[in-house]
Design a protein around this ligand. Sequence first.
Ligand code: 6PG
Length: 235
Amino acid sequence: MVDKKKIITKNDHEEASTYGAFLIGKIIKQNQNPIANIALSGGKTPILMFEKLSKLTNLNWTKVNIFLVDERYISLDNENSNFNMINKHLLNNIDIPSENIKNINYLNDINEAVKEYKNKIVKEFSLSKEKPNPVFDLIHLGIGDDGHTASIFNPQKVNNEELIDITQGEQFDRITFTYKILNHAKNILFLATGDKKKKIVKEILKNNKRFAAANVENKGNTYFLLDTNAATLIE
Ligand code: 6PG
């Protein structure tokens, strides 16, 4: 299989965020289908990229669905919620119809929330026995210091028979895409910046399967968008 991993290193966090916003915009514009389906992750690293993405003027957000890659199982107005961060730095600042925003609802029962979110995906992608895997135009992922991505902390402990699974984060229960979704995307964009990430970035690019981010074996393009600090240890 052609290795479609592309490492893009920018001078600093600001330049990486600018390029990431450009790349997401480019992928959205390249979409030939009636609507582009993208999925975004939480964390602190993508905040500036989302703010820059919201300022791109030539994007028609009515032709874009935005899903969440994962969520902490807390109310959406909690500052720790991924939706809360993405809403604040992107969704609130773009002209996107509410029906195009596919967030993970905080319901009484986490299993109900999983079922509801899975149904949103099945419906949007018209999944069936013949077509079991959604193909996202773009999935943005972060890389935790411990090598987690999405909310997959232990790559051995996620049920890849399902589209969505429940995992346990440090503070909160999590709902996350599994590799069943991650590994079928047309484009994966990892964004990792800062000196703190240099060791884990090296391990991921060495394909160290102990770490969840290294188990994303995407059939499409996989971009590793780094700054020079995060890329320090890459040969
Ligand atoms: C989450 C994110 C997670 C994140 C990484 C990196 O819910 O925490 O989806 O996968 O992308 O933890 O986070 P930072 O960008 O804050 O380092």
